[in-house]
Design a protein around this ligand. Structure first.
Ligand code: GUN
Length: 295
């Protein structure tokens, strides 16, 4: 039996970021300032620290002006809103990212809505969500993880996506909903499934494209996969790995990879699939905003 094409997100992300670095050089050579990205982290969630660190490092590597704000966990709502307002007004900053999730006492929607939609690199602001829903793709800023997933799906389907059945498992504002909107705009027939959906295996059996974004380790089994499907695994689940020694863990996706790879046409690994693409799309969004202001 055939084994799937591995969608190497790390390699595709490296291609994308190499192109971005060249464009930054070009911008600066023409006398424009470098794209500016501000990343805000509230609290000390270890996973968020890893993501934020990676974003800041990549931005610097590409020649961006990169600033990071690490605020204590007891930061007040007004303090955070004041920082966002200052960054909105800062001409050196193109993109503002507030790492989610925020501590419980903070209101994420109030913070997102305080970001200037033109600087909303995450595409979380209702204005950008609305532009995507309306189909104003060129004016919208689009959430980075679904944008990265779409880039990988397109690579796996050079004949295009139109008319294909797509299943998105997960309905978060960060991944599931914008992913479904993007696939709809590609003329897929889109189903959004979630924790209350009946008979996921039956839905998966019809899916030419399956995107798993639920946060449950290896929940999607290999025998759910339609033979020849494109499988995109957004999951990042840390599970115990006693075979590696006491207290050790390993990272797995939402899809049982080894099984699914036996049936899929193409599949993303975890790690090295969607994760690197998210960061590449964040850099692409920041550059897009910088180019808008550079004219
Ligand atoms: N938390 C998980 N994914 C994301 C993301 O893409 N952006 C932000 N800001 N927070 C996240």
């Amino acid at each position: 039996d055939a084994s799937a094409l591995v969608l190497d997100g790390k390699a595709v992300a490296a291609e994308v970021t190499a192109r971005i670095a060249a464009e930054v050089e070009h911008l600066v050579a023409r006398g424009h300032r470098a794209p500016g990205l501000a990343v805000i982290l509230v609290g000390e969630d270890p996973a968020s620290q890893v993501y934020v660190g990676a974003k800041g490092r990549k931005a610097k590597e590409l020649g961006f002006h990169s600033v990071q704000y690490t605020l204590p966990i007891d930061t007040g709502q007004d303090e955070l809103l004041d920082l966002v307002a200052a960054l909105n007004a800062d001409a050196a900053i193109d993109g503002i990212l507030v790492q989610m999730p925020l501590p419980k006492h903070l209101d994420p929607m109030a913070v997102i809505e305080a970001i200037d939609p033109a600087k909303d690199v995450d595409g979380f602001h209702p204005v950008n969500v609305g532009r995507l829903a309306i189909g104003e793709r060129d004016r919208a800023l689009i959430s980075c993880t679904p944008a990265g997933c779409l880039t990988l799906i397109r690579r796996a389907l050079p004949g295009g996506l139109a008319g294909l059945d797509a299943l998105v498992i997960g309905r978060s504002n960060i991944v599931g909903k914008p992913m479904a909107q993007l696939l709809l705009q590609e003329s897929c027939t889109v189903t959004i499934a979630h924790s209350r959906s009946h008979d996921l295996p039956a839905l998966a059996a019809r899916a030419d494209i399956l995107v798993a974004a639920v946060g449950r380790a290896e929940m999607v089994r290999g025998d759910w996969i339609k033979p020849g499907a494109v499988v995109i695994d957004v999951g990042m689940n840390r599970i115990p790995a006693p075979e590696r020694g006491e207290g050790k863990t390993r990272l797995v996706g939402d899809v049982a990879y080894a099984e699914a790879a036996q049936r899929a046409r193409a599949i993303t690994p975890v790690p090295g699939g969607v994760g690197p693409m998210t960061i590449a799309m964040l850099m692409a969004n920041t550059l897009t905003i910088a180019c808008r202001s550079a004219g």
